[in-house]
Ligand binder design. Sequence first.
Ligand code: ADP
Length: 423
Amino acid sequence: MNGFGFVQLRKLLYNSPVRIIGSHLDITHDKYNEQQLELSALEAKKANKAKSEFLSSMSHELRTPLNAILGFSQLLENDRKSPLTHVQKEKIGYINSSGNHLLSLINEVLELSAIEAGKMSLSIEAINLKEAIDESILLVQGLAEQNQITINRLETELSVLVVADYIRLKQVLLNLLSNAIKYNRQGGSVTVEWEISRDNIIKIKVIDTGIGISLKKQDKVFDSFNRLGQENSAIEGTGIGLMVTKNLVELMKGRIGFESIENVGSTFWVELALSEQVNTEKVLLTTNQKISGDIDKIESEPSVKKRVLYVEDNSVNQKLMSFFFEAFEPLELSIADSAEKGWEMLSKQMYDIILMDIHLPKMNGIEFTHHLKSLSAFEHIPIIAVTAAAMKQEIDETNDIFDYYLTKPINISELTTALKNYQ
Ligand code: ADP
């Protein structure tokens, strides 16, 4: 049972009068107790479901204004026709980084609630540990360079296979690595090593030479929203990363822990089971599709105007997309504010690409897409979802019908790359 359910259940049980007379129970009381327990469990389940639904809709509501904040600030930052001054760029940079901070907070809260609600689906397989570590290091290299931190990695040709979910393992490594960089000192180092610690168990260590964690704070490290005093520092964070990390490790049937000395450094470690297929050649990896947007390239493409239809009811989102397309002349944008309007426009003119919001007033974007994909006249048109529905479960449920899936707030370079793919 997850934390929320347990708290609910405990509250109900401890407030229940049955417990008071429970010390001298007869069979009828036992039965009564059992029924109460079932009732409480049901209540807890209902409360959990309500919490999940609340978080999902909150995430949606927060993403919509964030889409405008981050979208317009990216447009300003990349505006080549009227470039910003240095000072303006710096100011926009603050809007961007604060917006992104808020976004990571929303994402982590969602992630945590998905874990708590038991909605996190993992695909456990034999993962090549060295490859997962290499890829994770690559992703934090930029952050390390900014902070003048050197990353050392155990050099080994041994390809160890661990039992894990590839994407989640990378998420765990990224969290530990970025913490080791963030809470380091200038010119410090981070070392990643792994060893076989016990029978069939591999211990991965992320060692840093940073600020460390004082003894009196150590028992709160995995608490959610506890930044152990760093909330007053310039180091950005949400205080949920380690909590999510711990949950993910445990979902992969592993263990996580740390040792730390204040002002000397910390070693965070993760133990995972070794796969029986040790030293096999290559493992099939489900890597995240890498998006490397290049806004300029769209402009330099041959200028046959392709038509893009954007089905979106929110006027600020419509404006954002219009501004975006103004800068990229080979593509011409038309907007429909409902599926019904979109259908009317599609019956008059062919479009090359459709951008589809999901939460639309009457017929929603998923139904509309299903409808279009079932008709031979439209089945070939690429349909890109542009949506605030960003919970993994929501994405998994709808991913198959769309040719591409973009979540709000829109990342301009990701949008550019997606459009380029279908141009
Ligand atoms: P945050 O988003 O604040 O980094 P985490 O959940 O990842 O949240 O970590 C919780 C807190 O634990 C951090 O705010 C920081 O005070 C402390 N912490 C985590 N990793 C390290 C580390 N490698 N060295 C020192 N302190 C750390």
